[in-house]
Design a protein around this ligand. Structure first.
Ligand code: PGA
Length: 215
């Protein structure tokens, strides 16, 4: 069986209290060959790491961003060494950051290099079949902009077509954009798709548990 990555992107949601409750409600069934990765805000990483170890939960942690500057006088940034203490993965190039923070290819390439310096695994988001993807990326996440948060996912046929174009150069391609418990399997069963990146539907622990189960 192929390995699947089931990734939750909480975006800018949840306080520590909310995260604690989510951990109490999440359940894991049918997890064989599935890697569950939770990407919360920076503020929650320390707490979640502690809880995951204490409860021995099958969850890996990822950050939603990384500084391209490294250590030093860069107010408001979080660098690769700080993240490496807390998580294994980092999302780079999400369309929301490309749009809102005006992140461009050159900066994204710098972020991937920083992640690579310390061995953080990169989940790199692309929005179409011809985006630039830097070297050193572990997982390519195809997330068409008009599928994000709209309830209108891409068709599995098109997702497979796009995944195939990246598959020549990258081993792991996942799909993201309005994934839910009912449609997750239509993507994870595709030959060139190795998982899903889930935004809105990951916020509710029971729903996310069902997504893991149905994938
Ligand atoms: P969505 O978000 O599942 O809410 O569409 C996906 C994402 O932006 O990663």
């Amino acid at each position: 069986m192929k390995k699947l990555y089931i990734i939750a992107n909480w975006k800018s949601n949840k306080t520590t209290k909310d995260a604690k409750q989510w951990l109490e409600e999440i359940s894991f069934t049918n997890t064989q060959d599935k890697e569950v990765i939770l990407c919360p805000s920076f503020t929650l990483l320390f707490f979640l790491k502690d809880e995951i170890v204490r409860k021995n939960l099958p969850i890996k942690l990822g950050a939603q961003n990384i500084s391209s500057f490294g250590e030093g006088a860069f107010t408001g940034e979080v660098n690769e060494k700080q993240l490496k203490e807390l998580c294994e993965y980092v999302i780079i190039g999400h369309s929301e950051r490309r749009t809102n923070q005006k992140e461009i290819n050159e900066e994204l390439k710098g972020k991937v290099e920083k992640a690579n310096e310390v061995g953080l695994k990169v989940i790199f988001c692309v929005q179409s079949e011809n985006n630039f993807v830097p070297k050193g990326v572990e997982i390519v996440a195809y997330e068409p902009i008009n599928a994000i948060g709209t309830g209108n996912p891409d068709t599995p046929e098109n997702a497979e077509k796009v995944a195939k174009t990246y598959k020549n150069n990258f081993q792991n391609i996942i799909y993201g954009g309005s994934v839910n418990k009912d449609n997750v399997n239509s993507f994870t069963q595709l030959p060139d798709i190795n998982g899903v990146l889930v935004g809105g539907a990951s916020l509710d622990a029971k729903t996310f548990g069902q997504i893991i189960q149905n994938a």
